[in-house]
Write a new protein. Structure first.
Ligand code: SF4
Length: 311
């Protein structure tokens, strides 16, 4: 079960912003409706090749380096194991096994380092990035984080030194933002420190009921991000994860919001709206209301028809 943790930085923000409060402070609505949701909707456990490595898509793989985060988001897709530090720590032996698996699978060209938050364990991150970046087959590295939002002071010299371990490949930093109140002076300073150490910073967001499910909030968020040099990359439909049901937004409402945003934002500022389809088949782009289309179902990347659950 996901523990409760807040940083001093977030303690201050939640006093004046109910939306950010909702993101991080546990609510009585955190149920467990297994008819509707599952603990592992993206089927990562099933696709775990060796401890800490998920290999679902041919040319890329996901490394879950730690289950530690500076603060725990109540809507976390990996809430089944994030904050469980006993199970979550990747050891030297695990890294050896991951590297051995990668060598046996030269088709893997891109690694996504995630968790938990890899930037909260900079010594381990440096070790992992050093080993992965030395593999000739690895052409692209990505690191996912929420540290600039959840505890910007932790984005310190140790973190920068870890990112500097990548010399050869492009290194993309994917920062998770949900609400414009998360773009504040301390976070912007952290982003400025990080920017020279990576190829590019992109953002990822999730539609969350009561947090960002309206045009104005997302307009302000994506405009604010592009103004500080962050490219809004993806906005996801909230995964059907047990314990986070109360964050799921009506699908029709999401498509209406994204249609309006696509009309008002520049192409650079507007992220791609995708659904990580249940069953782990991939991130399928959701069409907007510029076209007539079937809102009840989509085809995944294998051509399988996925019927969307009705809320
Ligand atoms: S920072 Fe990411 S991994 Fe950590 S609790 Fe939030 S969503 Fe989950």
């Amino acid at each position: 079960m996901l523990s409760k943790r807040l940083s001093p930085h977030l303690e201050t923000i939640i006093k004046t912003c109910p939306a950010v409060h909702r993101e991080f402070v546990p609510s009585k609505k955190e149920g467990w409706d297994e008819k509707m949701t599952t603990a592992d909707p993206l089927m990562e456990e099933e696709h775990t090749a060796t401890r800490g490595l998920v290999h679902k898509y041919g040319n890329r793989a996901l490394v879950l380096l730690t289950m530690n985060c500076a603060a725990y988001c109540r809507f976390c897709t990996r809430r089944r194991k994030v904050s469980d530090l006993k199970k979550g720590v990747i050891t030297d032996k695990d890294l050896d096994n991951i590297v051995a698996y990668l060598k046996k699978h030269p088709e893997i060209k891109e690694l996504i380092i995630s968790g938990g938050d890899p930037l909260t364990v900079p010594i381990l991150l440096k070790k992992a990035l050093t080993r992965f970046s030395r593999l000739p087959q690895i052409k692209v590295l990505r690191v996912g984080t929420r540290l600039p939002v959840s505890d910007p002071r932790q984005a310190d010299k140790k973190v920068l030194a870890a990112l500097d371990a990548v010399k050869r490949q492009p290194l993309y930093l994917m920062v998770h933002f949900e609400h414009p109140a998360e773009i504040n002076p301390a976070t912007v300073r952290a982003i400025r420190r990080l920017q020279p150490h990576v190829t590019m910073i992109l953002s990822q967001s999730v539609f969350l009921k009561g947090v960002n499910d309206n045009v104005k909030t997302l307009y302000d968020l994506f405009s604010g991000l592009i103004e500080i040099g962050i490219k809004p990359y993806y906005i996801f439909r909230c995964d059907y994860v047990s314990g986070a049901e109360h964050f799921i937004v009506d699908f029709k409402k999401e498509t209406e919001i994204m249609t309006k945003l696509r009309s008002r934002l520049s192409g650079l500022a507007c992220p791609l709206y995708v659904i990580d389809v249940p069953g782990g088949a991939g991130k399928v782009p959701a069409p907007l209301n510029f076209w007539k289309w079937d809102k009840r179902a989509c085809l995944d990347f294998n051509g399988t028809r996925i019927t969307l659950k009705k809320l």
